[in-house]
Design a protein around this ligand. Structure first.
Ligand code: CDP
Length: 217
């Protein structure tokens, strides 16, 4: 039997823009599978750190990307500030990106659990991983708002890093993600921009559903 084509929703945006929360809610709403592609880069960066390596070492990063087992990602370890930093370093390497591209595309076209579609969030879903996605959103928020959100998240998980330091991290990461040559973070030409600086989670979700319903109709 031929499988109906999977419907893909691409959610891109910078660190702590609210794209993960939004993407997860959208997947539940449409009963689609969900893939947080940032967790793959975080897992690669974290694996290099855990082995005592340097994330800037291309050979070590590529070996970690090739050895990545998506079913064995340590969800707690990859959320640390250090893992986020390491993720953005390994993510700038074309060979690392190539090593995990197939998994992402396959998830989008053959969503697990027999779902009819998939929501993927990341930096290059609408531009590189799934340029044919049915609906594309680029979720943003001001660096200050994003720093505050990330600070609250990290505080809950026991981190004592200050908000000013996190704002610096976010600015540095935005710059690295947007200026790298390989799949830089940028809105696809056909993406809808959603600025969540002044939106609650529910308001952002409502706005996203309105945009996606229209794109899918
Ligand atoms: O949680 P946060 O929004 O900070 O970032 P993330 O989505 O977990 O991604 C961590 C890092 O992985 C980013 O800073 C990017 O450098 C990289 N990434 C990427 O290059 N391409 C993707 N599709 C997803 C993440």
């Amino acid at each position: 039997m031929t499988r109906a084509t999977s419907t893909v929703i691409a959610i891109d945006g910078p660190a702590a823009s609210g794209k993960g929360t939004l993407a997860r809610k959208l997947a539940r709403h449409y009963d689609f599978a969900y893939l947080d592609t940032g967790s793959l880069y975080r897992a690669v960066g974290q694996a290099v750190l855990a082995a005592g390596g340097n994330p800037a070492d291309e050979a070590a990063a590529l070996a970690a990307a090739k050895a990545l087992d998506v079913n064995r990602i340590d969800e707690r370890a990859i959320r640390s500030r250090e893992a986020g930093e390491a993720a953005s370093i390994v993510a700038a390497m074309p060979a690392v990106r190539a090593a995990i591209l197939h998994f992402q595309r396959n998830f989008a076209t053959n969503p697990p659990g027999g779902k009819d579609g998939a929501v993927l969030d990341g930096r290059d879903i609408g531009t590189v991983v799934c340029p044919e996605a049915k609906a594309k959103l680029f979720v943003t928020a001001s660096p200050e708002v994003r720093a505050q959100r990330r600070w609250l998240e990290l505080k809950v998980s026991g981190s004592a890093v200050g908000e000013a330091q996190i704002l610096d991290d976010i600015r540095e990461r935005d710059q690295r993600d947007a200026e790298r040559a390989a799949s830089p973070m940028k809105p696809a030409a056909d993406a809808y921009l959603l600025d969540t600086s002044n939106l609650s989670i529910e308001a952002a979700f409502g706005a996203a559903v309105a945009i996606i319903d229209k794109a899918m109709s």
